[in-house]
Design a protein around this ligand. Sequence first.
Ligand code: MEV
Length: 451
Amino acid sequence: MDESILKGFSKYTKQQRIVALILKYGFQEDLASWLASFENSDSSIQKIIDDLSENPISSFHFPFSIAPNFLVNGKKLFFPLVSEESSVVAALSNAAGFWAKRGGFHAEVLGTEKKGQVHFIWKGNPENLQAIFSEIKNKILAESALLTAKMEERGGGITGIELKSLPHILPNYFQLDAGFETCDAMGANFINSCLEQFGKSLLDYFETSEKISEDSRECEIIMSILSNYTPESHVRAWVECPVADLLEGKSPQECELFARKFEQAIRISQADVSRAVTHNKGIFNGIDALAIATGNDFRAIEACGHAFAARNGHYAGLTDVQINNGKFRFSIELALAVGVVGGVTAVHPLAKLSMQILDNPTAEELMMYLAVAGLASNFGAVKALVSVGIQQGHMKMHLSNILNQLSIPEGRRVEIEQHFQDKTVSFSAVKEYWEMLLKREGTKTQSKDLF
Ligand code: MEV
């Protein structure tokens, strides 16, 4: 038996987990108090955070930021953002202010249906099964009525169940492919509970129905699970303005050149996968930051968004631009599923505050805000890329991280920032400059001491 395998780690107290860490890695004994310094002084809040996961030893902080000046469908909003990439918040803030002066962002929800499947193997005839499927479906719906009653009261429930025979994937493989409306909830638990019940009803039908021959009663449920790909839960957002209004204080020719390069960048993202992935990463910089701040599952949102980006058979950028009759229209279409009730949104104190900052949106409104965050982030990135380049802005932000890494005292930062205003920022360059300053000051002090 491998003695190094820890058993029952999840039952350890926080203190015991930290001791295990110290023993394994030889960390200093004061690790526990250092980790505790990252925790909330209010133990009831810390308990909420700890309970979000397993085996916590502390809290891992990311900045909770605000991008002001968003105007979405005529409504003025601040966007709460959680991101460790400072240029993301800057890009969203700049884009928000820029478009607020040009009519703001427009958005509409194109659908909200979510999906899930029961995957099963059955060795009978697919056509015969299809012929009796309406009877099976009625049984499934009747037997899941208890589970769906509450959701139906809120206007949701099961929107459809289809039988799919997919022998090209696996021999004798079928799916029950179901659609769900989950209103303001993400609905993962609701959907998965329904699907597991569908599986039980299906097994029962195969076992008991006289329409099933004795030699084909055997059915094997492989799994019952929601799909994070929700192409029918999708949203569109866009901005528009005259091309001549695209660059503040610049000539119409410069604006036109900018619009042309912007359009070229978008076309490249739509055709070239290497560029498309980075382009979409920039979009998700904004979407994820807002999704995390509101306690939504950003992994599900990303997975869905990337699958949607490949919906036409090749992976492409999610945004589009149209330039017609001197008008610039920049848009995004995105599939995503979110919730505004239940889950982390309902328990994390800062997620709750984020929802208040967004004026307690419905799930549909949050879908629109997420699409807007993606569009704003992409606008900022592509604008920088086709004009001054990305490094200028990035490095300015990066400098503050380097100053932190080097523990530069607060009172000394401005002179270093000024020095690097027109210079290339790198860790070694900043370190070298700081060391030079210290050396110079040391020399000065010494000479003063001499006299
Ligand atoms: C960096 O986080 C995101 C960008 O690379 C996105 C893009 O290239 O469009 C700037």
